[in-house]
Design a protein around this ligand. Structure first.
Ligand SMILES: C[S@@+](CC[C@H](N)C(=O)[O-])C[C@H]1O[C@@H](n2cnc3c(N)ncnc32)[C@H](O)[C@@H]1O
Length: 328
């Protein structure tokens, strides 16, 4: 049980209430909190330190970045009773005016990075892709999941490398991507192939242009590390999946390759298996297989694009099945 005097003292500053209010809404790193609040970094860090000490927020280190998020439910100080009251009172603070709008802008900035990067890289993307691609995943998983007539969604299709594989099964495929230049590449690729029915749509993984339960199979290959809110994206992938439908996600395993943020517009330095399983379960998808591979050997067909071949992290593939009693 925390010392009540210290606990209430930790709430006795409007800056801390403001930070806590934001961190209940979203996991944010220090620079984002600085941008949203307009406060100096030392000030934000000092108050985060106090919130952390009293158990209001958790810190997560990812490379050189520190992420913070508010504890919730029984994990919050005072259990489930105190935090909602604190947040209601925090809403009355004039200092929070505009924070929600600036939070939306901060999240939009995360998404804009990926969009700008892929739109500029569309011509060169396939060369980069070869450095990490795991053909075993592409063929074994992606092709293997679809059946004739299955409704398949490929989210963040990029150059559409996996589309012919899907279309060859006789599945009806919708390919979605945030970047129009990437979609143009994907469409070109399918034109040359004896592919089945493939449609293309420019859209965001966060708000897919489909109704609940519209798909039999949803895949999202090497996209999650680029998106603003990975857990939300997994929930959206699951929303459009029918009960008992199959979800397949690939991305990088957790790593420390900071260069991937600046050079490849990665928002997240990969994911732990436990984290992915949490995303799946929150989305009512039962986790299935987990495979990890790579990096590929520097033999000309594989790695070598990073500072060193060895700097490319492992890639994982995780599959899951949407709970039978959920959605659709
Ligand atoms: C690394 S590429 C992967 C392409 C393809 N899935 C593959 O495995 O080859 C990531 C793709 O995701 C797209 N993307 C990034 N963020 C997205 C988002 N929020 N919604 C939809 N597509 C997104 C990018 O435009 C890019 O084409």
């Amino acid at each position: 049980m925390p010392d009540p005097a210290r606990l209430f003292q930790s709430l006795s500053d409007p800056v801390r209430l403001r930070l806590l209010r934001l961190l209940v809404r979203e996991e944010l790193h220090v620079q984002e909190l600085v941008a949203i609040t307009g406060l100096s970094q030392p000030r934000v860090s000092k108050h985060l330190g106090l919130l952390r000490k009293q158990g209001w927020v958790d810190q997560r280190k990812e490379g050189t970045r520190s992420w913070y998020r508010a504890r919730s439910g029984d994990d919050a100080p005072g259990g489930t009773a105190l935090l909602p009251t604190v947040l209601t009172l925090a809403e009355e603070l004039p200092q929070t005016d505009g924070d929600d709008e600036r939070l939306v802008l901060a999240l939009g900035a995360r998404q804009a990075q990926a969009k700008a990067f892929f739109s500029a890289m569309a011509d060169r993307w396939e060369t980069i892709r070869l450095r990490y691609a795991q053909p075993e995943f592409d063929l074994g998983l992606m092709g293997g999941l679809a059946q004739p007539e299955a409704r398949v969604l490929d989210v963040g299709t990029g150059g559409g490398a996996l589309l012919p594989e899907f279309a060859a099964t006789g599945a009806r495929v919708l390919a979605v991507d945030l970047s129009l230049p990437m979609l143009v590449r994907a469409r070109k690729r399918c034109r040359g192939q004896a592919a089945g029915e493939v449609d293309f749509c420019c859209g965001a993984a966060e708000a897919l242009p489909l109704g609940d339960g519209a798909c039999d199979v949803v895949q999202c290959a090497m996209v999650l590390h680029h998106v603003a809110r990975p857990a939300r994206v997994v929930a959206e992938l699951a929303r459009v999946l029918r009960p008992d439908g199959r979800l397949a996600v690939t991305s990088f395993c957790a790593h420390h390759q900071e260069w991937m943020r600046s050079e490849l517009a990665h928002q997240w330095l990969g994911f732990e298996r436990t984290e992915m399983e949490r995303f799946f379960r929150l989305a009512h998808v039962t986790p299935g297989r987990w495979l990890q591979r790579g990096p590929r050997s520097p033999d000309g067909s594989g790695n070598g694009n990073g500072p060193n071949a060895a700097d490319w992290p492992e890639v994982f593939l995780m599959t899951g099945i949407k709970d039978a009693d959920h959605g659709g």
